[in-house]
Design a protein around this ligand. Sequence first.
Ligand code: 5AD
Ligand code: SF4
Length: 581
Amino acid sequence: MDRASVYLETFGCQMNELDSQLVTSSLRSLGYRFTTEPDEAGIVLYNTCSVREHAEQKVWSRLGELAIRKARQPGLVVGVLGCMAEREGEALIQRMPVVDVLVGPGELDKLPTLLDNAVRTRASLADLPEARTLSDTPAERKPDLTLLRSAGAVALQGNTGRRSATLAAAADTLEGLDLSRTVSPEDHAGSAYVRITRGCNKFCTYCVVPFTRGAEVHRPPDHIVDECRRLADAGVLEVTLLGQTVNHYRFEHGAAVTIGGVIQPQKGRVYASADGTRRDAYAGERVTTFADLLRRIHEEVPAIRRLRFVTSYPRSFGDDVLDVIRASPRICRYLHVPAQSGSDRMLKLMNRGYTIAEYMEFLHRARAALHQPEIGRPLTVAGDIIVGFPTETDADHEATKHLLAQARYKNCFIFKYSPRPGTVAIDRYDDDVPDDVKRRRNNELLALQQQISASVSAEYAAAEVDVFVQGISKRQAKVDRRPVSGGGVSLTVRGRTPDAPPDHIGADADCGACTTVATAPATRESAGTPVQLSGRTDGDLIVFFDCPTGRSPDSLIGSIVRVRIDECRPLSLHGTLISGR
Ligand code: 5AD
Ligand code: SF4
């Protein structure tokens, strides 16, 4: 076991993947090494997700396994990062004393210090004779939490994360983590995430995110543009802007908060003016809207050949944003805009704040503005649906089927409702839809979406598309039978490898099963068959093609190539390389 080597496993969403990348870059700069073999690591970190119970169960079981290992190797350091740390708090360490370090998503900048403390403490324990540790009774091992806090093993926002007085401070320290991001060409395969907003203020009744990630805070546009520029300078061609509700991005220049000791503008609020009316900003104050931000990045960083953003909220998606996308050739014609249900009654119970008529009005407006297949620029849309929300009837379920048919998503993630502690829904409504009914509805929606995805896919027959090459296909990795190793390409999309059906269509993609997969750069053909590469279109459709004989796959990975589509499947397009760098 190498005490300075870290195994980091990421569960859940793209926001977590970005957090893991930032943590990796900050720990690397301090001399930690990363390994993809947990057994070799002296430090095991889990960056966790709390959105569904299943995701948390996976982590509990991993921690149980680590407890057995730690009895043998007392020097092992275990850290739980992310939403589960924040949601469970110190109770997590009480239940699983194997955990040395607990860091919420709003405190990740503190990880290096905490880890350093833990490594030192554990190193001294490791020198004890093994028998001493093994003879510990569980009671003796129960951690003294006051001690842990003062020893700097726990960093959580707690419920202070939503208090406006501490919001500035939270933004302040976290901004440092994003700002200190080091980008080197080895860290990416041409693609990177950039956060624009932290937290969420929507409080959908089923969702833990507003509690674990805290209140919505928007990053200063200069920081975002600068980060995009640095990524582009390091060779990144594709940037995905991240936020829980990206289209709500709004930065009011002039409302001050300090970041790293420097006064910075802060996201505005609604201000009461002297006459008692409410307005969005002080007179003369400059505001950067989401449309402005997109336009700035597109204009100021032309080296970014693909700019996308996730996730959009169906409300308040203005025509100004659609106009910017339409006018900007390098902004992808792709929207991920979850409806969550096709039933107005469910949407009300979920506190989503829109009706299906309003949702469809938005989709029609977006398609009218952006869907231009005749010039090779179709708009593709992806969605999320929750099945089996409390009181959901067959009629509500039928309404969701109707929505899928109307919305024509290229793919839709379908989740079984999972009651989450701390949310409004778990307190207010019984989880009264039996699991077999949830499963049946889930399967019906999957089957329907499969047909819809097939018909969206079929429109690409014989088309020539630009493909951003992400890496070798998963099938190919299996053929090669090479161990997965780090330093390569992160192929995860919402925690999924791009060729991992059926979740791409949207099985109940329990994020507990979603872990980041890295593949080694492909360098050889196996048994005379060409290496299969995978990538994505501008509209986020998965494309597979064979690397031509004599070409090195590495020369194509991370670049944009032209592919002619020979075969359309519901989940993917298959084609032939026409041209590439
Ligand atoms: N149960 C099931 N799915 C959920 N989601 C969020 N909270 C829950 C929950 N409690 C889904 C929503 C969201 C996606 C990220 O996860 O569809 O868009
Ligand atoms: Fe959760 Fe709703 Fe916020 Fe999305 S918009 S993160 S579902 S509360």
